[in-house]
Write a protein that binds this ligand. Structure first.
Ligand SMILES: Cc1cc2nc3c(=O)[nH]c(=O)nc-3n(C[C@H](O)[C@H](O)[C@H](O)COP(=O)(O)O)c2cc1C
Length: 170
């Protein structure tokens, strides 16, 4: 049995600046047969189309990108500091080359819609609503362009996704 309790996403008390920017998160997508996870520290939470949403930004080169593209749902898992080394590994290595579950010792759980991790303190189950690759034409601040390849092949894709479930570990 899993040990998570569902809460209203609007009752998440920790700052998203801390949760996303400082603590980082694992973005995980796929099926029980095949899934992948990666660390992310860019993104946000808010309200769009009157729903609680997350904004995530994934480069197309990530293996995780393929899973997010193929699925309607993905999850964001947040951890305590104890799991920093696991998040470092998932942000440094690709699931194309290593088995991240075996290397981190994290335990995958499967919601009816998407995989997440037993060790997480907070999990957001997300349903994709609006997906769009960042575009050169839309860049206003020139320093942003300088952070990407000249050919634009590594522009992040933005996913605006409804938070369909927020789970906290009991
Ligand atoms: C702290 C940290 C934050 C990261 N944030 C992002 C992010 O927001 N978006 C992204 O595309 N990659 C981000 N990355 C890079 C991916 O986690 C990294 O490339 C990872 O190895 C991809 O794994 P995969 O190929 O198995 O998907 C971050 C890495 C670290 C260490």
């Amino acid at each position: 049995m899993n040990t998570f309790k569902e809460i209203n996403p609007q009752d998440i008390s920790e700052s998203p600046f801390t949760l996303i920017g400082k603590d980082w998160m694992l973005v995980t997508a796929g099926t029980e047969k095949k899934f992948n996870t990666m660390t992310a520290s860019w993104g946000g939470v808010g309200i769009m189309w009157n729903k609680p949403v997350v904004f995530t930004f994934i480069r197309p080169q990530r293996y995780t990108y393929e899973f997010i593209e193929n699925e309607e749902f993905f999850t964001l898992s947040f951890f305590t500091e104890d799991y920093r080394s696991a998040l470092k590994l998932c942000g440094a290595k690709s699931g194309r080359d290593v088995d991240k579950v075996a290397q981190t010792g994290l335990t995958p759980y499967f919601d009816e819609n998407a995989p997440y991790f037993k060790e997480a303190k907070l999990v957001l189950v997300c349903r994709k609503m609006y997906n769009q690759a960042l575009k050169e034409d839309c860049i206003f601040d020139p320093t942003i362009k300088a952070s990407y390849n000249d050919d634009g092949s590594d522009y992040h894709k933005m996913y605006v996704s409804e938070i369909v479930k927020a789970l906290v570990r009991e």
